[in-house]
Design a protein around this ligand. Structure first.
Ligand code: ATP
Ligand code: MG
Length: 251
């Protein structure tokens, strides 16, 4: 159907074991173009492991990750190339400390996508402007605040022009006064239609910005629904208990 949104990512019965411990016990969900999926859940429930498996920073022990209908491990010889399609922003920024802001945003474009330096430069500038960091191009990461570093990390991920952006608690390493500036950038990207999967403890963001919320508990999806539904009338008792810890005001 013409109005059917394209299926970009499909996670099918994903399992991950560390030694004897099964951390992910069969997780399945789809991500369509334009979706903003927020993943919430208690500490230790497997959220980071899930997002790392989707990006193959961890090898799943079972299940399939498909990108545009193709099993990633079969269709991408080069995982670095897959990671330009399905990009990632980490809690701890993971910028290259010995490179400038501009170099951080160019290196992947040149090395992985094979872009020439001029093109990489103008693409980097476009996304640095987008996150309000264009005037810091010659700075090294240690000269920036946490919020600025995270905005550069977002620009670096965007410069590869991914179809899906994965984020693992992008604001939880920040001082409280820096959180707003990063959430504002993320909201803008969502409003522009960027497809994102975001692990977050920012419940107001999940409620107000996401198109779908997935509650992970003890390695399974305990509940998946629209933000309206999950925040006003959660079906699962463990979702209720989890959400009651956050001050979300009256619904
Ligand atoms: N490399 C690893 N080796 C062994 N166990 C691991 C490894 N990584 C994660 N785990 C375990 O897997 C479980 C899930 O961890 P994970 O980091 O995915 O949780 P999380 O939901 O992201 O928690 P948080 O909200 O605190 O970030 C934890 O019990 C953790 O100790
Ligand atoms: Mg985590």
């Amino acid at each position: 159907m013409a109005d059917e949104k394209e299926l970009l990512l499909s996670v099918q019965d994903l399992k991950k074991q560390f030694g004897e411990r099964e951390i992910l016990k069969g997780i399945s969900f789809d991500v369509k173009k334009g979706d903003v999926v927020c993943i919430i859940g208690p500490s230790g429930s497997g959220k980071s492991t899930l997002i790392r498996c989707v990006n193959f920073l961890e090898q799943p022990t079972g299940g399939v990750i498909a990108y545009r209908g193709q099993n990633v491990l079969e269709s991408f010889k080069n995982l670095a190339l897959y990671r330009t399609k399905v990009g990632m922003v980490f809690q701890q920024f993971n910028l290259f400390n010995n490179m400038t802001v501009l170099e951080n945003c160019m290196v992947g474009q040149v090395k992985v996508l094979g872009k020439d330096k001029d093109t990489a430069h103008s693409t980097a500038m476009k996304y640095l402007e987008h996150v309000g960091m264009a005037s810091y191009i010659n700075a090294k990461p240690h000269q920036l605040s946490g919020g600025q570093k995270q905005r550069v990390a977002i620009a670096r991920a965007l410069a590869l022009e991914p179809e899906v952006l994965l984020m693992d608690e992008p604001t939880s390493a920040l001082d409280p006064e820096m959180v707003g500036e990063v959430l504002a950038v993320m909201k803008e990207l969502a409003d522009e239609g960027l497809t994102m999967v975001i692990v977050t403890h920012e419940m107001a963001f999940a409620r107000d910005v996401s198109s779908r919320v997935i509650f992970i508990d003890q390695g399974v999806i305990a509940e998946e629904s629209s933000p309206e539904e999950i925040f006003s009338a959660p079906k699962n008792q463990r979702t209720k208990d989890f959400l009651s810890r956050f001050n979300l005001g009256k619904q």
